[in-house]
Design a protein around this ligand. Structure first.
Ligand code: MRU
Length: 367
């Protein structure tokens, strides 16, 4: 997507052909800064401190982290150590593990002298594949928005989203926001309600910034607002992303997603979740029970970051001094509350049957 006219992806190979470059998402929307990742540790830290975040981008960064881990040592030990370091960065998004496993599969059988070249080639492919998957998610999801638009001619289609599942969370296009960008580009009259998404405010900071740069009408709302809007006919459809979709269609996503799905069900509003194949964890049969939920530092809840009057980005305390805080980063929405999954292969029911219908190669009998 474009930032002030310049096309960007969220991660790219530096001109020297070694380092990876990223947009530092910890200082957006107040500053647009890029960062060079030059070592395995740089890549791992960027994931941990959320300079990069969003499930597909975490995977893409891990892929380049594997490349960087082979810079001075292409041995089996270095390869496995890089994989182990990156696996420890964040626990919920399955794209991380998927990308590391893809890299290991491409590299383990290569002779040492070919490993670096093979690593950069596979990392670039992972990025390109993500862009194509997300573009197709948009092409498939835009039909849902067109259907709603056809039923209310001359009126705005209002879409509620949570967290940031836009191009900043993927390599390009986004998951939940890709259908919205496609709808806007086709001239449909769309408006987005962007949940602020406490504690880290990915909605207020990142989704709002992205939509604004692309000219998509939007309004930032406090996280607790969605139910009220739904009761008053101001939401036509909810679309969110996911960090891990279980084999049964349960979806883990940013904390608060579950409450939006409950409110949507109570108000008969369709609730769709958009994802590429790399977000599906076929090994988990019960997402609510088995998807690991990241718990992050309590200061993300007790404090809030923003732009101070002197132009610096600062953190201030919002909770009573000394009160402990819990920081659960994700929750799981049961498949029964999800109207459908929007994937690069089409839209399906949130169930094993629905998923296997689109990915028949994953059927238990391999058919
Ligand atoms: O903690 P984050 O910012 O990495 O969480 C991101 C989300 O929850 C997104 O909704 C999810 O990764 C889907 S991204 C296309």
């Amino acid at each position: 997507m474009r930032v002030d006219g310049t096309p960007y992806r969220s991660i790219w190979l530096a001109e020297d052909g070694w380092a990876a470059e990223i947009i530092d998402q910890t200082v957006l929307p107040h500053r647009f800064e890029t960062v060079r990742l030059e070592t395995l540790e740089d890549a791992a830290r960027a994931i941990e401190i959320m300079q990069v975040r969003g499930a597909p981008l975490i995977g893409a960064t891990a892929a380049y982290g594997m490349c960087l881990g082979l810079k001075d040592d292409t041995s089996d030990e270095a390869l496995e150590a890089a994989a182990a370091r990156l696996r420890r960065t964040r626990p919920t998004a399955i794209n991380l593990i998927w990308a590391i496993d893809e890299m290991l599969a491409a590299l383990r059988n290569q002779p040492r002298e070919k490993r670096q070249e093979a690593a950069y080639a596979r990392a670039a492919e992972i990025c390109d594949e993500d862009v194509e998957a997300c573009r197709h998610i948009g092409l498939n999801g835009v039909k849902l928005i067109e259907d709603i638009a056809a039923k209310k001619p001359g009126k705005t289609v209002n879409i509620l989203t949570h967290c940031n599942a836009g191009w900043l969370a993927t390599v390009d296009w986004g998951t939940a926001l890709s259908p919205i960008y496609h709808a806007h580009d086709k001239g449909l009259d769309v408006h987005v309600w962007a949940d602020e998404t406490r504690p880290r405010n990915q909605g207020a900071a990142l989704t709002a910034w992205e939509l604004g740069k692309h000219g998509v009408p939007h309004t930032v709302i406090a996280d607790n607002t969605g139910g009220h809007l739904m009761q008053h006919g101001q939401v036509d459809i909810c679309i969110t992303g996911t960090d891990r979709t279980a084999g049964n269609g349960d979806v883990a996503n940013k904390i608060g997603t579950y409450l939006k799905a409950l409110a949507a069900r109570d108000n008969d509003i369709p609730f769709y979740v958009a994802l590429p194949h790399s977000t599906i964890d076929w090994t988990i049969e019960d997402g609510v029970r088995d998807i690991p939920i990241e718990q992050r530092d309590e200061t993300e809840v007790t404090h809030i970051q923003g732009l101070a009057a002197d132009g610096t980005v600062q953190s201030v305390q919002v909770s009573a001094p000394g009160s402990p805080a819990g920081n659960y980063a994700f929750d799981v929405t049961p498949a029964r509350l999800v109207t459908g999954l929007i994937t690069e292969r089409g839209v399906c029911e949130a169930s094993r049957e629905g998923l296997v219908g689109l990915y028949p190669e994953q059927a238990d009998d391999g058919s």
